[in-house]
Design a protein. Structure first.
Length: 489
């Protein structure tokens, strides 16, 4: 219920009392909003553009939000105090084989940091929320949590490790600036350890920290052997294996609060290694904004798209488009939230949920892009370079011939594609120039990485160099399209 509003000299003050609560929340509005309460986190979960007219109509005009007396992370884009400098934002994630402890480690990090208010504790079940995930005891969809260290704010993606859900891992890893490779000390590197490293390298993850988990169950000799093996593997895939930090510990010990150097002290070492070893990326804040859509949620007020902003900056009421799979839908930005906290703008690197105006949920699917109006164009043909993995890398045994058709993965989408080369065939272990023709028109930017999978294994990776004019595909069947190689002089 809204109490009477008192106005004087441009100030507006309103006090709202929530039923069943014993405290009063006070909003003071001028050029900024100051929020004070015994339960700051509860207030931040209020929607500024909620259906309550007394609150929503007054707050919409506010340009800045200032949160006082709070230890919350920098997810609100708010000035916590006049003297505090905003923390740099880094997207991180856990990768590795199924059941090696990625989700347990994620939960342990949030528990450790929750003690000083730098995170909200998320239990294992909170992270693996889907019924099937709990029933099978594995992660299926990439999950997202946030936390902060003394120097940084992190958005953390917990990737699925099971081979059946590697397409979800590709989607999650495409948003990372750095990765935590989790390896079970008793198993050592396993098939999805190798494949996750391969995909992370293809996608462009340059920095890795290794957490050797479950060392409470292993001998000292085994720890050393596993570390040597993983370092060799990292070197093989193009990282500096000798320079990668290794932390040995037990995520379960940390989660259960056991007093051991393998528990919380190991989590602290891991966070220190992330701060030191994973540099903050250089982000493009000036180009027209682009956000690959990771997931779509229907809510009573419309459609929410979730993803990580790739470049640019956008704010409420900006005109936008949703593009992909041969379709373009005009829309505009209604509301922006970062980890359930409403914000007035978002920029490159932020993991956000965006409520779109006049957009049906059925129109949108994962893999489409939310972008500034008129900024991007789609095509179904691109030129690039592709490398086919050999048998030792888990790739093909037989050569690939011109007109090869398979599913192409890039960013958050997957589309059936045809690959044409100047040569008649390409052997595994070779790279070459390629013309890629997609079954549906998509947006691919120069320098964008892609991977190719056959069934349960990755067989190729590549980079797009330029876009070509869209081509006609007879009967929407790629094998009927006639691609002509250049005539050699």
């Amino acid at each position: 219920m809204a109490l009477p509003v008192r106005r004087s000299a441009g100030w507006k003050m309103a006090t709202f009392i929530k039923k069943s609560c014993v405290f009063t929340k006070t909003l003071v509005i001028r050029k900024f909003v100051t929020v004070t309460s015994e339960s700051t986190s509860h207030i931040l979960n209020l929607r500024l553009s909620s259906s309550r007219p007394s609150l929503g109509n007054r707050v919409r005009a506010v340009r800045y939000v200032r949160v006082s007396n709070s230890n919350l992370c920098h997810s609100t884009k708010a000035d916590v105090s006049d003297n505090e400098i905003k923390k740099e934002h880094v997207n991180i994630g856990t990768i590795g084989h199924v059941d090696h402890g990625k989700t347990t480690l994620t939960a342990a990090i949030t528990k450790y940091l929750s003690r000083n208010g730098s995170a909200v504790f998320r239990s294992y079940d909170d992270i693996d929320k889907a019924e099937e995930e709990r029933a099978r005891g594995i992660t299926i969809n990439a999950s997202h949590v946030e936390y902060a260290t003394e120097n940084r704010h992190y958005a953390h993606t917990d990737c699925p490790g099971h081979r059946d859900f590697l397409k979800n891992m590709i989607c999650g890893a495409s948003q990372m600036d750095g990765a935590i490779l989790v390896v079970d000390c008793n198993d050592g590197p396993m098939p999805q350890t190798t494949e996750h490293l391969l995909l992370a390298k293809q996608i462009g993850v340059k920095n890795i920290v290794v957490f050797v988990n479950k060392v409470d169950l292993a001998s000292e000799e085994l720890r050393e052997l596993v570390e040597l093996e993983v370092r060799d593997m990292l070197t093989h895939f193009g990282w500096d294996g000798d320079a990668v930090p290794f932390i040995h510990g037990s995520a379960l010990y940390a989660l259960e609060g056991k007093e051991s150097e393998l528990g919380e002290p190991a989590i602290k070492k891991l966070l220190d290694a992330l701060d030191k070893h994973v540099p903050a990326p250089k982000r493009d804040y000036t180009s027209p904004f682009i956000m690959p859509i990771d997931s779509v949620v229907g809510v009573p007020r419309g459609t929410v798209v979730i993803g990580t902003v790739k470049q640019g900056t956008f704010k409420k009421d900006d005109k936008a488009e949703v593009l992909g799979f041969g379709a373009t839908f005009p829309t505009s930005i209604s509301t922006i939230e970062v980890f359930r906290s409403p914000v007035l703008s978002a920029r490159a690197g932020d993991h956000v949920g965006v409520l779109l105006r006049q957009m049906k949920t059925s129109y949108i699917q994962r893999g489409m892009l939310l972008a500034a109006k008129g900024a991007l164009k789609m095509s179904n043909q691109y030129k690039g370079t592709v490398y086919f993995l050999d048998k030792s890398e888990g790739g093909r045994v037989k050569p690939v011939t011109r007109g090869y058709i398979q599913v192409l993965f890039s960013e958050t989408w997957q589309v059936t594609a045809r690959f044409d080369f100047e040569e008649d065939m390409i052997m595994p272990g070779e790279s070459c120039a390629v013309t890629v023709t997609l079954l549906k028109e998509m947006v691919i930017l120069p320098g964008q990485a892609f991977s190719v999978r056959e069934g349960m294994k990755t067989v190729a990776s590549g980079i797009i160099h330029e876009s070509c004019a869209a081509v006609f595909i007879p009967d929407r069947k790629l094998f009927k399209y006639e691609w002509k190689p250049k005539i050699k002089s």
